[in-house]
Design a protein around this ligand. Structure first.
Ligand SMILES: Cc1ncc(COP(=O)(O)O)c(C=O)c1O
Length: 482
């Protein structure tokens, strides 16, 4: 059975990754030489040999983002159900451009998205589609908002609009909005950076002032982006206040919950997302905190008619669906030919259930709290404030590039440099359901050793030391394959 074979491969890979390095040690020329030597494509090769070689390349020449000590950029460890789904999808290769070519796939996606829309508290008739990720979802939001606000935009472009639309977000918002402003024709200067409070949350007074000022100068404020779980520091903007403000001021309220949106499934964290139900549109990526492989983004929008108008298309060669109950994805989204993105989320939720997901999200939040507390009690300064498992920290006199290079060299954890209020800090985000308390405590211990004098004398052969697997096994999370 496919599932048996996958299950044993998956368990072996998880075991090997846990006990191996996180960071690769390779140069581009080494990889290029290898590829040039073995793959000139002149003669066919045995698939088994290619598979063995590619497997080695992936194991040795990549950062292992499914490692339990990968504390990185929202890339998760993936569930077995989601991996199985991706294999099935590749084998069947259904075409999601139209409804009629893939009724089962379309309805599975619809069912999954409607369930999540309900969790967000969005109305029953909310439009939703799977996307390639957060950037595409954010892009969709801007295009739909423009289409709704300026009916002439679709036919005659931005030049037909006699005012300049502007978008408001904080410095914490995702940088995809800069590219989106560029690609949409709004221009990067249409982005307004709103000030933040001491917790890096968008400052409503500054938002109000900037909008008033822009209106006085002939601009046309279009959209406010509230971030729910910012990339650098996990900040959640004041969503209820932003929602109310947008409603009063006739502005599109987009919530970028690419990472933080998953917390809606946690009874403990859900309240932190209050206000998301007021959004005109929401971005949420299952390939971030819902533990499925890339690419699996989602775009929710309460204005179905504006979505249909923004992405309308008709091609005589397409098997168009005219039924009132269904729609063709290519006429309601950026993509045309499209992979069956949603199956991995459907199968993963089906296997683990809402309660399984709640457990795993709460567990990661607990690991974040533990990381925060352990760092703080051993003299580190925590510089961000969030209920989500993302910790930014530093300490007096820390040479961050040198520290990070030692962390990397000793394979302690994947952590990165971030900047908060212009100050460099270390950023660590618990993104794996496989991370154990023991991992977290070991990482903090090792980092402490690096910054004490003892670290200088330390034998670097200890670099391969890992926190071991015995206790980790006794804390197996619900997604762990047994
Ligand atoms: C808050 C936020 N929004 C949007 C994105 C873009 O998502 P993607 O990389 O899936 O396109 C990211 C990526 O990390 C993000 O953190």
């Amino acid at each position: 059975m496919l599932i048996d074979e996958l299950q044993s491969q998956f368990a072996k890979l998880q075991h090997d990754i846990r006990n191996g390095p996180i960071y690769p040690n390779v140069t581009a020329s080494e990889i290029r030489e290898h590829l040039a030597r073995y793959y000139d494509f002149t003669h066919p090769l045995q698939l088994d040999d290619v598979l063995a070689d590619v497997t080695e390349m992936l194991r040795n020449w990549n950062v292992q983002i499914t490692h339990p000590r990968y504390f990185g950029l929202f890339n998760p460890s993936v569930t077995l159900a989601s991996v199985t789904a991706d294999v099935l999808v590749a084998m069947h290769n259904p075409q999601l451009a139209s409804w009629r070519t893939a009724p089962a796939a379309n309805e599975i996606e619809r069912h999954t998205l409607a369930w999540l829309a309900g969790k967000f508290g969005l109305p029953r008739n909310t439009f939703a589609t799977f996307t390639s990720g957060g950037a595409e979802s954010n892009h969709s939001a801007v295009i739909v908002a423009l289409t709704r606000a300026f009916p002439d935009y679709g036919e005659n472009g931005l030049r037909s609009i006699d005012c300049r639309p502007t978008i408001y977000l904080s410095s914490q918002a995702h940088d995809s909005f800069m590219k989106i402003a560029h690609m949409s024709g709004l221009g990067r200067r249409s982005i307004r950076i709103v000030a933040t409070d001491e917790q890096l949350r968008m400052d409503l007074a500054d938002l109000e002032a900037q909008i008033a000022e822009d209106r006085r100068h002939g601009f046309s404020p279009l959209m406010v982006v509230g971030t729910c779980g910012s990339t650098t520091a996990g900040v959640i903007d004041p969503l209820p206040e932003l929602g109310a403000f947008c409603a009063d001021n006739n502005l599109w309220f987009h919530v970028d919950a690419a990472w933080g949106g998953a917390a809606i499934l946690s009874p403990v964290l859900r309240d932190c997302l209050a206000g998301i139900d007021c959004a005109d549109s929401v971005t949420c990526d299952a390939h971030k905190w819902l533990s499925v492989p890339m690419a699996c983004g989602m775009f929710f929008c309460r204005h179905q008619e504006a979505v249909a108008s923004a992405f309308r298309a008709h091609a005589a060669y397409m098997p168009n669906q005219s039924g009132a109950e269904t729609f063709d994805p290519y006429t309601h989204s950026v993509q045309w030919s499209r992979r069956f993105i949603g199956l991995k989320l459907f199968m993963s939720i089906a296997q683990h259930g809402a309660s399984g997901y709640a457990d795993i999200i709460d567990r990661q939040a607990h690991m974040g709290d533990l990381l925060r507390q352990s760092l703080s009690s051993s003299g580190w300064t925590i510089v961000n404030s969030t209920p989500l498992p993302l910790v930014c920290f530093t300490r007096d006199g820390l040479d961050i590039p040198a520290f990070l290079s030692a962390v990397r060299e000793r394979q302690i954890a994947w952590v990165s440099e971030a900047h908060i209020n212009g100050r460099p800090v270390v950023r660590a985000c618990v993104t794996s359901y496989r991370t154990t308390e023991r991992d977290v405590l070991w990482v903090v211990d090792e980092m402490n050793r690096l910054v004490t004098s003892e670290a200088h004398d330390r034998d670097t052969t200890n670099a391969a030391m890992t926190p071991g697997t015995t206790e980790a096994a006794s804390h197996l999370p619900v997604f762990q394959s047994h």
